[in-house]
Design a protein around this ligand. Structure first.
Ligand code: GDP
Ligand code: MG
Length: 179
């Protein structure tokens, strides 16, 4: 986090990472939040390092620098540099693919291993627009989040359900913990 003064008052910059198995919708959650865009055929190889969103909280400018993997998660090779300095994390699974939910404990371990500070964490069950082919219940998601002391939300990057909410809850939680 950086905090500096200028004529408009304090400024904050928080790094947030998005993690989870391949194809759960990480990149689309970020483009939905940062650009209000969705891509049905997004390729794992297309990906910028991060996008920045600015919010105003308590009259202060808060910048969230949100990092997306460039598809390295396929090879289980997300590097420690990716996690370095992160104050928040969205840990994502796909509600239609149970294997992606089963991977969550592994992602949480990896996050813990690589972070040197308390990280505001949100468990995200994405693709809730596909309720008809759901493989993980809302209750299961909730209960895992509770046992891990994380926030929980189901989202859809496709129809935008809860996407802004999920990011903003994490950003506010970080803000509250440092201000
Ligand atoms: P990533 O590998 O985790 O970054 O996943 P992507 O964002 O590339 O998405 C993988 C695939 O899932 C793409 O075909 C997306 O169009 C699709 N997808 C992502 N989010 C959603 C969603 O909320 N609903 C539905 N139905 N499809 C989604
Ligand atoms: Mg991606």
């Amino acid at each position: 986090m950086d905090s500096s003064d200028d004529e408009s008052g304090e400024e904050y910059l928080f790094k947030i990472v998005i993690i989870g198995d391949s194809a759960v919708g990480k990149s689309n959650l970020l483009t939905r939040y940062a650009r209000n865009e969705f891509n049905l055929h997004s390729k794992a190889t297309i990906g910028v390092e991060f996008q920045t969103q600015t919010l105003e909280i308590d009259g202060k400018e808060v910048k969230a620098q949100i990092w997306d993997t460039a598809g390295q998660e396929r090879f289980r090779a997300v590097t420690s540099a990716y996690y370095r300095g992160a104050f928040g994390a969205l840990v994502v699974y796909d509600i239609t693919r149970r294997t992606t939910f089963d991977s969550i404990p592994r992602w949480l371990d990896e996050l813990k291993t690589h972070s040197d500070t308390t990280v505001a964490r949100m468990l995200v069950g994405n693709k809730c627009d596909l309720d008809n082919i759901r493989a993980v219940s809302v209750e299961e998601g909730k209960s895992l989040a509770e046992s891990e002391g994380m926030f929980f939300m189901e989202t859809s990057a496709l129809d935008a359900t809860n996407v802004n909410k999920a990011f903003e809850m994490v950003i506010r939680e970080i803000y509250n913990s440092v201000s």
